[in-house]
Design a protein. Structure first.
Length: 490
């Protein structure tokens, strides 16, 4: 009854392009968070492997790309902590704010602390803050729509437009600052971007109304202190283990270790949800339906996130960035694909809204996205026999259009369906599990980058492209069965 009364209030009737007005605030905070995240990420690998004379840290190239992949995986792995804090302590709305504040502190650390110290402190803070913000911003958006609302996929696609506006502008600005002033100025710009995002979130907080303020499964005071004690003890154990295993876990194999951790954590999390007494039989069936989507999503992101690992090196060594006599920064590779997403997002949002129930089912959309990503990798094959900086930037820009179409078929739809399949007791944590699949793919992009070299491009892009296409075809074949398990969720 309280929900009905709330929806009858005037603020709840205000809309943004036909969508709940709260979308504007979440659109903005995610835009600035992605501005800071991708602005930093596109220059991070260069900072790690450029020589000391060029302002970098001089690490081996494969180690640098492995660290970037592992870091991306750890960002998404930390979403489970952000989801737990929202579900048990703060609620989604407040967790988004505090997560953004921690992200800002991380970028400040990268900007002002020198060497690997700044990298370690900065990346840990950004990973923790991003984990809190990302899972809860997406889940919070889901609460703005009633169950079965046909506007949901369109709303998530508009939300995705904000993500990609930030992902487009961020690398442009940090790349120019890094090229002309130095890496730390680029990291500083990322910190300023997150500060702007926090400011607008506070100013327009009222647009969210009461959404996300309730803690769905709060800890009792006794449980809180018991959990805090267990978490503190676990942290001590982790620190000790890492200290003793320093000779085993190195910068060179960090992406492999991260991948293994995410796989184990994902299996455990699925088991917890499927066995929880707080999950109904219908919800349990829907969680099972999420498993094949989880796998498909991980495969997609293991290719897509190579924009920041293999394709970052490809941009630096193989692409001709000369534009009317001026050479653009190599880091602008991170801004190409978001341009296509920005152009195509409104079209996809309108298309999903107009099609409504006639649109392809979610499993079929996932299949098309994975197949498209595989085809996009095959488009690199004609340039595989060239040497030096022979690949025109305009040609790669065209290939990035295939990346964008594939992403729009899968990623915003994945965010949307996760909010619908989530059990009530695990709403934010289910979104964290979705981001586990993104994290798994991201860390895998670091693992796979170790097999790339310019003289093996044909095999590298060809094999990965064909494997992705095969996975997409399997998902397409089993899509009707998955849809039945989703129990009423389109």
């Amino acid at each position: 009854m309280a929900d009905v009364v709330h929806r009858e209030n005037l603020p709840a009737q205000r809309t943004f392009f036909g969508h709940p007005i709260g979308l504007t605030n979440l659109f903005g905070v995610e835009l600035w968070e992605r501005f800071s995240y991708y602005g930093m990420l596109t220059i991070l690998s260069y900072y790690l492997y450029y020589s000391l004379t060029d302002g970098g840290l001089g690490l081996p190239k494969t180690t640098a790309t492995g660290i970037v992949g592992a870091y991306g995986g750890l960002v998404y792995l930390s979403t489970v902590l952000g989801g737990w804090v929202a579900d048990r302590l703060l609620g989604m709305e407040r967790t988004v704010f505090y997560g953004g504040a921690v992200v800002m502190c991380g970028h400040i650390a990268l900007a002002v602390l020198p060497g690997l110290t700044g990298v370690a402190v900065g990346l840990v803070l950004i990973a923790l803050g991003s984990g809190a913000l990302k899972a809860n911003a997406s889940s919070l958006l889901g609460t703005l729509y009633a169950e079965g609302d046909p506007r949901r996929d369109g709303g998530f696609t508009l939300f995705y437009l904000g993500i990609n506006l930030g992902a487009f502008v961020g690398p442009l600005i940090t790349g120019l600052l890094q090229t002309n002033l130095g890496f730390h100025y680029g990291f500083g710009a990322a910190a300023i971007g997150m500060a702007l995002g926090l400011t607008q979130y506070v100013v327009f907080r009222k647009n969210l109304g009461e959404h996300g303020r309730i803690v769905p499964n709060p800890l009792s005071q006794q449980s809180f202190w018991r959990t805090a004690a267990i978490a503190g003890a676990a942290l001590v154990v982790v620190v000790v283990v890492v200290a003793f295993a320093f000779g085993v876990i190195t910068l060179a194999n960090l992406s492999q270790v991260t991948t293994a951790v995410i796989v184990v954590a994902s299996i455990c999390y699925f088991a917890v949800m499927l066995r929880s007494s707080n999950v109904t039989a219908l919800e349990r069936t829907r969680v099972r339906a999420f498993i094949p989507l989880f796998v498909a999503n991980a495969v997609f992101w293991s290719l897509f996130q190579q924009i920041f690992t293999v394709l970052a090196v490809y941009s630096d060594e193989r692409m001709n960035w000369s534009i009317f006599g001026w050479t653009a920064p190599s880091s602008w590779i991170g801004s190409i694909e978001p341009v296509w997403v920005i152009l195509l997002s409104p079209l996809f949002a309108a298309m999903w809204t107009k099609l409504g129930r006639r649109a392809p089912t979610t499993p079929r959309k996932f299949a098309y996205g994975v197949i498209g990503m595989g085809l996009a990798f095959l488009l690199f094959l004609p340039m595989a026999g060239t040497t030096g900086r022979a690949v025109p930037a305009l040609l790669v820009m065209a290939i990035m259009a295939a990346f964008a179409v594939s992403e729009l078929m899968l990623s915003p739809i994945g965010l949307s369906v996760t909010t619908q399949l989530a059990p009530n007791a695990f709403r934010a944590q289910m979104m964290a599990l979705y981001f586990f699949s993104v994290g798994l793919g991201t860390s895998m992009s670091g693992v796979l980058s170790g097999y790339y070299s310019p003289d093996r491009e044909f095999g590298y892009f060809g094999i990965l492209g064909l494997v992705a296409i095969a996975v997409g075809v399997v998902v397409w074949v089993f899509a009707p069965r998955v849809s039945r398990l989703m129990e009423g969720v389109h």
